[in-house]
Design a protein around this ligand. Structure first.
Ligand code: SAM
Length: 248
């Protein structure tokens, strides 16, 4: 998986990343974007397995680079008392807040929430699940994974779990910056705590090596090759993993 020809810096996301176009392209489960659906459904099943079946749980979960999305928090919301979402761009954080506050014009996550409820064998309770998630997300913070304190100027108690979907691969221009970002985000996590992230543009071996070097034991790793021909992204696979931070 090669580096993209021209790396999109955080400031480009701030200026040009349109949360509404992004959500409608990738997260309208009922739309005709079959490939988007395939990835989303796979990711939801993977998150369901990690949080619901395997029981990754604790008090605080921090989601890094949430974008305008909530799908990644649905299964996790059952297992944590408090969730903190974060993203680099103002518009993404505003779009996310719009859904959390149930404001008019917020993206309709209902088909996605129902899909997860079906996985959890509780499809009828989708409205309850939405409300539960809204209550659990306590803050939506600015974050920059290239900084050593990624939530600067905010500092938080160390979390039990870090979750990141499709962010580090977007935010890092090469393997060195990816490793540095892993170290940066690690300061937010208690030793023994667990993290999960999906990955683009990296060889499986590089991800394994980067995690080992950052002090993690990998517990679960799965890759699905996807041939992407759409215009908004150019990835070749999606990777899901759970790793445990070793004691200092
Ligand atoms: C492909 S989106 C993924 C959003 C969401 N997690 C999801 O699964 O749909 C990539 C995200 O990375 C964020 N991002 C880009 N550069 C970043 C940086 N330096 N630090 C933190 N987030 C960054 C963008 O704002 C964007 O929301």
């Amino acid at each position: 998986m090669d580096s993209p020809a021209s790396f999109t810096e955080g400031e480009v996301y701030q200026k040009d990343f349109d949360p509404v176009v992004y959500l409608e392209t990738y997260y309208s489960l009922s739309s005709s974007h079959c490939q988007g659906n395939e990835i989303l459904e796979w990711t939801l099943r993977s998150l369901f397995k990690i949080f619901f079946s395997d029981g990754v749980k604790g008090d605080i979960l921090i989601d890094i680079g949430s974008g305008p999305s909530i799908y990644q928090l649905l299964s996790a919301s059952e297992n944590f008392k408090e969730i903190i979402a974060s993203d680099y761009t103002d518009r993404n954080r505003q779009e996310l807040e719009k859904w959390l506050k149930n404001e008019p014009g917020a993206f309709d996550w209902t088909p996605v929430v129902k899909y997860v409820c079906e996985l959890e064998r509780d499809r009828e309770k989708w409205a309850e699940k939405e409300e539960k998630l809204r209550k659990k997300v306590k803050q939506v913070l600015k974050c920059d994974v290239t900084k050593s304190n990624i939530l600067d100027p905010v500092s938080l108690p160390q979390a039990d779990c870090l979750l990141s979907t499709l962010c580090l691969e977007a935010a890092c221009k090469d393997l060195n910056s990816y490793c540095a970002a892993l170290t940066n985000i690690s300061s937010l996590l208690k030793p023994g705590g667990q993290r999960r992230f999906s990955c683009l543009y990296l060889e499986r071996e590089s991800v394994e090596e980067a995690l080992r070097e950052a002090g993690y034991d990998i517990q679960h790793l799965e890759v699905i090759p996807i041939s992407s021909e759409n215009a908004l992204s150019d990835f070749g696979a999606v990777l899901s993993l759970v790793a445990c931070k070793q004691p200092a």
